[in-house]
Every structure is written in structure tokens, then in C-alpha cells.
Design a protein. Structure first.
Length: 82
């Protein structure tokens, strides 16, 4: 009575394999290959990503400080107001 789940379509010249998630190793090669790969990718992209972020951060903090300074009242402007 119908096709089983996993055999819902038949396509010619295409071979598909599947393995149950319960039969797979969740952390296969995690420590031997995964962590070194993360470190390699970090080193490769750090100098491409970090300088713009540092530049934007410095510009942002400088702009906020200049904005706060421009909002301050100058006490010398109000000495003779009475």
C-alpha cells in the first residue's frame, strides 16, 4: 500500500544513501580535526575581519565622546546671568 518513507521518489541514475542519526557518531573527529580546523579558520580570517571592526569601534566611541562634549553647557557663558 504505497511507498515507505525514504523511498518516496524514484530517480534514474541517482544513488542515494542514508544513515540513521542514531547510528552516526555525534562528535566524530571533534578533537583531532574539528578544533584545529576552527583555529586555522580563525587565524586565516582574523586579519581580514578585525581591522574594520576595530576602526568602527574607535570611530563610534570617538563620535559618542564628541557628541557628549557638544551637549555640555559652558559655565563661563552663564556667569553674568542674574
Amino acid at each position: 500500500m504505497g511507498l515507505h518513507f525514504g523511498n518516496l521518489a524514484k530517480v534514474r541514475n541517482v544513488v542515494t544513501y542514508s544513515l540513521s542519526p542514531f547510528e552516526q557518531k555525534a562528535f566524530a573527529n571533534y578533537f583531532s580535526k574539528g578544533i584545529p580546523n576552527v583555529w586555522r579558520r580563525f587565524k586565516a580570517s582574523f586579519f581580514k575581519v578585525a581591522p574594520p571592526f576595530i576602526g568602527f569601534y574607535v570611530t563610534y566611541t570617538w563620535g559618542n565622546s564628541v557628541n557628549q562634549q557638544s551637549k555640555r553647557k559652558v559655565a563661563a557663558d552663564y556667569e553674568n546671568d542674574e
